[in-house]
Design a protein around this ligand. Structure first.
Ligand code: GLU
Length: 204
């Protein structure tokens, strides 16, 4: 069972808060982890590592108001940095974290490769980033996340970060994902206790 934690606020501390959130989800078990944050210049900063979070320190100079993080329990593709989440789309505008198994990922991957998408990992998860990218141009970010998620077979949860608009969107159909509404800040996590230090307004 992987862990998911996402944060949007105004204090420049998004990465630190996500790292703390991931640490509180460590009990779920994982083999690698990663965080994507949107820097002030609108580009995505990606930190991915194998092994335990331990005393990890994040790259300095990356004050961010929005970030997503993931602890991975590998199901498709070995334990490596390239397979750790978040995964990016071709242009590096989107970052995605995923919990579950996309059972029909190989047929979607073949379709996307024919359309020109380049894959960098061996995971089922990366297809989600590229499928959202594919739909984005035609129907916009939020509808693209919904349309992509509807194509997946299996029990899954995804969070997609749109760096250009500094927003994220989530979809789930079985894997746990809880929304926390704070004051000038909002949270998403796979377990309520990771959000409770910040707000009691939870939506299951
Ligand atoms: N199936 C995905 C992978 O192997 C996600 C695993 C998880 O839920 O951590 O990367």
């Amino acid at each position: 069972m992987c862990g998911i934690f996402a944060y949007i606020g105004k204090n420049g501390l998004a990465q630190e808060i996500v790292l703390k959130g991931l640490k509180s989800l460590e009990y779920r078990g994982y083999d690698s982890w990663g965080i994507a944050a949107v820097k002030k210049n609108g580009l995505i900063s990606l930190n991915r590592k194998t092994g335990k979070i331990g005393k990890a320190v994040l790259r300095s100079g990356t004050a961010a108001n929005i970030a997503i993080g993931h602890t991975r329990w590998a199901t498709h593709g070995g334990v490596s940095v390239k397979n750790a989440h978040p995964h990016l789309d071709c242009k590096g505008h989107l970052a995605l974290i995923h919990n579950g198994i996309i059972e029909n990922y190989s047929e979607i991957k073949i379709k996307l490769i024919k359309l020109g998408h380049r894959f960098l990992s061996d995971t089922d998860s990366e297809v989600a980033a590229h499928l959202v990218e594919e739909y984005y141009a035609k129907i916009g970010f939020q509808q693209a996340v919904i349309a992509a998620f509807r194509e997946f077979k299996g029990l899954n949860a995804i969070i997609v970060l749109d760096a250009r608009n500094k927003v994220f969107a989530a979809a789930k159909n079985g894997s746990p994902l809880i929304i926390g509404k704070g004051i000038n800040e909002n949270f998403l996590a796979s377990d309520a206790h990771a959000i409770l230090p910040y707000t009691r307004k939870l939506y299951f």
